[in-house]
Design a protein around this ligand. Structure first.
Ligand code: SAH
Ligand code: DHB
Ligand code: MG
Length: 229
């Protein structure tokens, strides 16, 4: 389905040079994640910059991330925070968290970012008990079968105006393949259905191509009161 993947990757490389510029901290984070044997499934450099810009636009002071991996997207998001801002990122894999911790320290973000080790659904429940909430931005990028639950938690731990971003919302178009009942695809459909049906949010999905192939980002904002329609 990703027939032009080579061209998309070349264009991402071109845009990276032309528009993004060199970023030694992010490059080192990628190198160390690869050296540590982590899967190379982090957001692409242009996507990471988009996350940074969205966090800036949202004037986010508190960010919740579900799915840390080596901390690439974490760095992109946390860089948008003010000095007294806070990012909590949830990761189940201790080795991923360890690589991320080193990458965040090198990025000078270790004081701003808290990595919570454990199953995200457990961490989210604990955070609610601890009254840790009111996140301005939520980035969902972990096990896709639980994405709808993470989205519900994003609303619970958010507030009117919270921006919720879901990565991998299109999955090479498999979301419309009726034959595909893999847990990731079923989970992605579930979160999209929820975004469309829940009157508490206004949502859209933007399809993307690039070095990660054909995919998309879902964006939702928690409504102040009534939805626009
Ligand atoms: N956001 C990262 C990529 C995350 S990849 C980036 O773009 O840089 C998905 C991550 O979610 C992996 O590190 C995986 O270990 C983690 N994960 C998978 N299931 C999880 C769960 N139930 N709870 C918390 N983290 C989980
Ligand atoms: C893949 C990509 C992702 O962004 C992710 O969060 C999980 C998996 C992938 O390409 O397999
Ligand atoms: Mg992803």
């Amino acid at each position: 389905m990703d027939d032009n993947a080579q061209e998309w990757t070349a264009v991402d490389a071109y845009l990276g040079e032309l528009v993004l510029g060199r970023d030694l901290v992010l490059q080192q984070a990628l190198d160390d994640a690869a050296a540590g044997g982590l899967p190379q499934i982090q957001v692409s450099p242009p996507q990471g910059r988009m996350l940074f810009l969205l966090a800036n636009l949202a004037r986010a002071r508190t960010i919740l991330e579900v799915g840390t991996l080596g901390g690439y997207s974490t760095i992109c998001l946390a860089r948008a925070l003010p000095a007294d801002g806070r990012l909590v990122t949830l990761e189940v894999d201790a080795h991923h968290a360890e690589v991320a911790r080193a990458n965040l320290a090198r990025a000078g973000l270790d004081a701003v970012v808290e990595i919570r080790l454990g199953r995200a659904l457990d961490s989210l429940r604990e955070m609610e008990e601890e009254r840790r909430g009111s996140f301005d931005l939520v980035f969902i990028d972990a096990d896709k079968q639980n994405s709808a639950d993470y989205f519900r938690w994003g609303i619970t731990l958010g507030h009117p105006g919270t921006l919720i971003i879901v990565d991998n919302a299109v999955r090479h178009g498999t979301i419309i393949d009726a034959q595909d009942s893999s847990p990731d695809v079923v989970g992605t459909r579930a979160v999209l259905e929820l975004m469309g049906a829940d009157p508490r949010v206004t949502a859209t999905v933007i399809q993307t191509v690039g070095s990660k192939g054909y995919d998309g980002f879902a964006l939702a904002v928690v409504n102040d009161q009534l939805s626009p329609s």
